[in-house]
Structure formats: C-alpha cells, structure tokens
Design a protein around this ligand. Structure first.
Ligand code: GDP
Ligand code: MG
Length: 441
C-alpha cells in the first residue's frame, strides 16, 4: 500500500497542505487495499471518509511527502478503530462461578476456542474451569468438547442424551456452583447460516445462564459476511466481545476491522491454529499491519519515523537560524553523529563540508572526544546546558569531576561549542544549514 501511495504522490508536486484531490487519489488506493483485505464495503467506505476528513487541509510537514503523511493517518486511524478505547480488558470472570457463553456460526471454531480459553484460564489464571456443550445439533459435538477437555485436563459436564440446550445449561449452572468452579464455559450449537431457530435457542440459553461474557467466535477468513453475522448476533443475543479464529490462514484480517466498526465490541483473542495453545490476546498493531499488508508495514513504520525526525530537524533548523545553539543542541547533534557512523562519515555527507571536516578534526572533534563531551554535557544542570555562559570556575570543577574528566577537557568542549555555534550561524546565512541538518538526520 505504501509503495502504491508513494507512486501516486511522487507524481504530485509538493504543496503546503494536503488538497482534497491529493487525498482522494490516495484514498482510492487505500479503499482498494481494504477491500482486498476483506474489509466489508460499507466499513471500508466509512473508514475512508473519516481519513479523508482528517487528512484534508492538514499541513504537509516539509521534507515529508503527502503520500507518507496520508499513510500515517491511515495507519493511526486503523489502529484507533481496531483498539477502541484503551487497552482490551480481560474477560470478566470474577464472582464465581462466572458463565462465559460462546456463540457463532457452525465451523467458526467455537468448540476449539472454548477449549483453548479453558486451558488458558486454568494454566495462566489458576482458575477451576467447567466445560459444557449445548450442541444437541451435531451428533459428535458434545463428545468433541469432552475429548478436548480431557486432553487439556479440564472437567466437562457429563453428557446426558436427550436433553435440550436449555436443560443442559441449567444442569451446568448447578454443577458449576456445587462443584466450586470459577468459570463455566457454555459452548453452543451453530448453524451454517443465521436462522430464527438458532437465535431463539441462544436467547433462551442466555436467559437461563445469565452469562458474564458472551463471546462471538468469528472465522477471520470470512470477509464480507462477518458484518452481517456480527450485527445479527449482537442485536439478538448481545455480545460482550469477539474472538477471531483462523488468523493463521491466508486471510488478511479485514474481518477484524469490520467487526469492530459494526459492533463496537472489543476483539479479545485471536485463534492462530488448531492446537490448544494457538490462542493469543488481540493486538491492534499486528492486525493493522496485516490489513495494510505485511511488507508494507515495515516501510510504514520507517516512514513514520522519518516523519518524526524530519519534524525534529525542522525545529532544530529554526533554532539555529535564530542563532540559538546551546549544549542540548550540541549533545543532540553529537548523538546523531555517532548514530550516523561518526564525525567523519557525517561531514563527508554534507555538501561543501570537506574543508570544515579537516578543521573540525584539527579542533579535536572525533568520535572518542564526542563520547567524552556527551559525558560532560550530561553532568551539567538544565540551566547550565541552556546557557553555557553560566559556567564559572566552581561550576566547571563540579562538571568535570562529575564526568571523570579535567577542567581542561571541559574548556575544550566550550571552545568547540562556540566554534560550532559560529559555524551554524554562518551556514544559516546560506542555504547550507538546511542541507547539512537533513544529511545528519
Ligand atoms: P464450531 O463448529 O464453531 O464448534 O467449530 P470447531 O471448533 O469445531 O472448529 C472447526 C474447525 O476449525 C476445526 O477443524 C478446528 O480445528 C478448526 N479451527 C478452529 N480454530 C482455528 C484456528 O484458529 N486456526 C485454524 N487453522 N483452525 C482452526
Ligand atoms: Mg462446536
């Protein structure tokens, strides 16, 4: 996605602000990417509209392309939608026995997820868990849950043939209370499609079971259908959260965005395989990356970083042009230099700096010195860093001692600071400063 957007914007000239046309061009690509990731059409449309509103008219940071800026807005918005308000809270399973009702279409992974959650709460949260299958629909469904339970060492309600789902739910509640269980998982029957009979049954179970949590299990590979399923279940039964399964598959997780946008309910967990420990807490950043495309996200993060650094360079440049250059600026520059591969490497990158480079070396500006000088600056107080003129003899002694160096070393640093400040001023007069700072960042 970012590559595509980059291409679009490379053809556009730089402007001071993102125009509506710029944004519209980029957002056509975004919309396509979302649909390719199986985000449902209304959700994609809505999402794009919100990004458009946020992006249009936003000032383009100099030295960042409009494309990069739109990508960042899209990425941030994606995470905002996926994450909802604040961190995802754990399941409410206090006040034992707490009932967790598992609902969803047939084959979505309810039974598997029920067992995975049971294992998790038993092992990680030290809870006593009881499993009960209410699936009177499929012949072997109850046995399936019992077998998984045995596999993970979690109790399941004995199977009694001929009971209705509601009857099983009642028996499970009694058993959970009498047996001193902390959590009761009720695994319900699904259907291939939503139908009235199914919804009526789940409603009746819900009324009997009074669940603390009702988790909708959705196949992460379901694209457009996910929205319909989610809104039906939420409307008829009322869900408290979502589990997305098969996120180990080829799907790009667009269902996640659809679910969030339509139900507003948190995605709690994702299923990442058939094994009992293939369950993870939902992470919005990861799914956002997946929706935008795995390769793209790396570039995206780098671009976002560039954005930040370009802004920092911009701020620094403004200070220098005003003739402001204190110890904090010097320290930041020195740290950047080391990051960039040292003094000589950095000077080499600046156009027209060959002569200056020799001069700087002569003045003792090399990597070993830089590290010692950073130590000296670290040993100054905030005030002293902002205003090096404060440094009288007694202060100098204290600072040098703090860095384990001599006052002579500090004097050298101060001299270099003055030279650098002069250099900055001179360069600020030409256009060279801007180039130099950009090269450094
Ligand atoms: P239910 O009908 O909703 O109870 O669905 P099941 O729990 O019986 O799961 C149907 C199939 O999906 C089984 O073969 C599971 O092993 C498989 N399954 C469930 N969750 C996942 C998952 O996260 N990843 C993968 N790859 N398969 C899963
Ligand atoms: Mg099942």
């Amino acid at each position: 996605l970012s590559e595509r957007l980059g291409g679009v914007f490379d053809r556009l000239t730089k402007k001071g602000a993102l125009s509506e046309a710029d944004v519209a061009t980029a957002l056509r690509e975004v919309r396509t990417a979302l649909l390719e990731a199986d985000v449902s059409l209304p959700v994609a449309r809505d999402f794009v509209a919100r990004v458009q509103e946020k992006a249009t008219g936003q000032a383009v940071t100099k030295s960042v392309t409009p494309g990069q800026q739109v990508i960042k807005i899209v990425h941030d918005e994606l995470i905002a939608v996926l994450a909802g308000e604040g961190p995802v809270e754990a399941l409410k399973i206090d006040n034992p026995p707490a009932t967790v009702l598992m609902v969803g279409l047939q084959g979505s992974g309810k039974t598997t997820t029920t067992a995975k959650l049971a294992k998790r709460f038993t092992e990680k949260n030290n809870k006593r868990v009881l499993l009960a299958s209410l699936d009177t629909n499929r012949p072997a469904a109850m046995e399936q849950l019992a077998i998984l339970g045995a596999q993970i060492g979690v109790d399941s309600l004995p199977i009694v043939k001929g009971e209705s789902a509601v009857q099983i739910a009642k028996r499970a509640k009694t058993q959970a209370a009498m047996g001193g269980y902390d959590v009761l998982f009720l695994d319900t029957a699904g259907r291939l499609h939503i139908d009235e009979v199914l919804m009526d049954e789940i409603q009746a179970v819900r009324d009997i079971a009074a669940p603390r949590e009702t988790l909708l299990v959705v196949d992460g590979l379901t694209g457009q259908d996910a929205v319909k399923v989610a809104s039906e279940f939420d409307g008829k039964v009322g869900i408290s959260g979502v589990v997305l399964t098969r996120m180990d598959g080829d799907g790009r997780g667009g269902a996640a965005l659809s679910m969030r946008a339509v139900t507003g309910k948190p995605i709690r967990f994702v299923g990442l395989g058939e094994k009992m420990d293939a369950l993870e807490v939902f992470e919005p950043e990861r799914v956002a990356g997946r929706i935008l495309g795995m390769g793209d996200i790396v570039a995206l993060v780098e671009k976002a970083q560039e954005t930040f650094e370009a802004e920092q360079a911009e701020r620094m440049m403004k200070r220098f042009q005003k003739g402001l250059f204190n110890m904090n600026d010097l320290k930041m520059q020195m740290e950047q230099m080391l990051k960039m591969g040292g003094m000589q490497a950095m000077m080499g990158m600046m156009p027209g700096m060959g002569k200056m480079s020799a001069k700087a070396d002569e003045a003792g500006l090399n990597d070993r010195m830089i590290k010692r000088q950073i130590a000296l600056i670290n040993s100054m107080t905030k005030k002293e860093r902002a205003n090096p003129d404060l440094l009288a003899a007694s202060r100098k002694k204290r600072i040098a001692a703090g860095a384990g160096l001599d006052v002579a070393d500090l004097n050298k640093l101060l001299k270099q600071h003055r030279q650098m400040a002069d250099m900055m001023k001179q360069m600020g007069k030409g256009g060279m400063l801007k180039q130099a700072i950009k090269a450094m960042m």
